[in-house]
Design a protein around this ligand. Sequence first.
Ligand SMILES: Cc1cc2nc3c(=O)[nH]c(=O)nc-3n(C[C@H](O)[C@H](O)[C@H](O)COP(=O)(O)OP(=O)(O)OC[C@H]3O[C@@H](n4cnc5c(N)ncnc54)[C@H](O)[C@@H]3O)c2cc1C
Length: 461
Amino acid sequence: MPAAALPGRATASSNPGGIALSGWGNYPKVSTKLLAPRTLAGARDHLLGRSGVVARGAGRAYGDAAIGTHTTISTRGLNRMRSFDAATAQLTVEAGVTIADILAAFGPRGFFLKVVPGTKFVTVGGAIAADVHGKNHHRDGGFGTIVESFRLALPSGEIVTCSRAENAALFMATLGGMGLTGMILEATLRLLPIETAWLRQDTRVAGNLEAAIDLLEGSASATYSVAWIDCLARGAALGRSLVYLAEHATRRDKELLGPELAPFPSPRMSRLSVPELFPGWLLNRASMRAFNELYFRRGAAQQGRPRLVHWDPYFFPLDAIADWNRIYGRRGFVQYQCVIPQARARRVLADILDRVSRRGDASFLAVLKQLGDGDGPMSFPLRGYTLTMDFPVSDPLFGFLDELDALVVDAGGRLYLAKDARQSRATFESGYPRLAALRDIRQQTGADTRLVSHLSARLGI
Ligand SMILES: Cc1cc2nc3c(=O)[nH]c(=O)nc-3n(C[C@H](O)[C@H](O)[C@H](O)COP(=O)(O)OP(=O)(O)OC[C@H]3O[C@@H](n4cnc5c(N)ncnc54)[C@H](O)[C@@H]3O)c2cc1C
């Protein structure tokens, strides 16, 4: 596969044989050699004997996690589905198969994935390595909970099978281990049977952050829940939100709400796209305010009227616009995602949102979700609330984010490595008290000196 066909804005770099590569945030852009094997044996061979190497999936991590300090091995050519057992709903795929591939093939046959992140354009390898969470983490846990087993190539070239029963410590450290334990070659996942492709969505309006958290807490029985916060609202309206609750619709729901709808319609085909030269200045306070106002009016009009929404726009609304990351201009953007433990969440999140709304340059909308306990020692979730916001890169931004970090650290929270491009080692180490488990495994397998991403070098993992 030619490097130019890979996601993440690959461009020529001054390093001989290298290219400048970034994550989804287009920040930072760093030099690396990019290899793109097409077979599992080829992937393992590329790992053998190399240092400063890490695997890369679809490049949807925002920062520098999927970029090796010397070499990056793309798994996009490892895109074969191996086997499916309808009786157990177990599917074995190569690591570069994406969630979009799985849903396209198995959605119409009545299967879904119990845990999906906010984009379907991630690989299975990347979803395991970040132990991604969905809108149901507080109820159902992270991606690791649907992984039966995977085969992992170690830097020595050895290939080991890992599950909760076999090589369990390696299995757990790989969940959220950000590619630093080995390269996942293939994985067996358990799919979720569904009766229709529809979600029964209930929209609620929350006038401020307190009301949003009350709504999320009071809806603990809902399978999926998420609040979209207007980052520009201030004062008494600080944290005003639309809260979306949803359940997989059954055939009975379909009859109640829309008997004319097909249970498994074809997914939408058309995708809008943002041009490469989209001028960053179009994203200003006035345009964001206008967008947010429209968004809220439209959402509020849906309150009290449950409706059926296809899984694609419900789970992956941003996927409808290809390359939306370009709207932040050439300097790119940083996605800030923290989690605050339950007991401190209301006060600390209000403080963070207040500072963000005063600054006025955060994204249109922030996302607030409930999380349950994390699974692996490096899994991001902890029981509490996670807040996610985008910020265009600017010189003063980094000092401001350091201020937010101090609030997060003080509250016993942490930042998500899949989104990170800039946190300090001190912030990272205070947030991940079980880091020693990953470091031990890395030492035992020799990964500590061989598997090194820009993220792991920056954070001293
Ligand atoms: C629009 C958008 C919405 C998102 N929403 C969510 C969300 O709701 N919840 C959430 O948890 N995350 C979310 N994310 C983050 C995303 O799910 C994670 O960053 C995920 O890891 C990306 O997968 P990828 O295939 O693109 O991996 P990459 O970005 O390429 O890599 C991510 C990490 O996985 C490692 N990796 C990749 N493949 C392998 C492999 N085969 N073996 C070992 N390690 C590997 C890399 O080394 C790197 O550390 C979102 C991202 C975007 C762009």
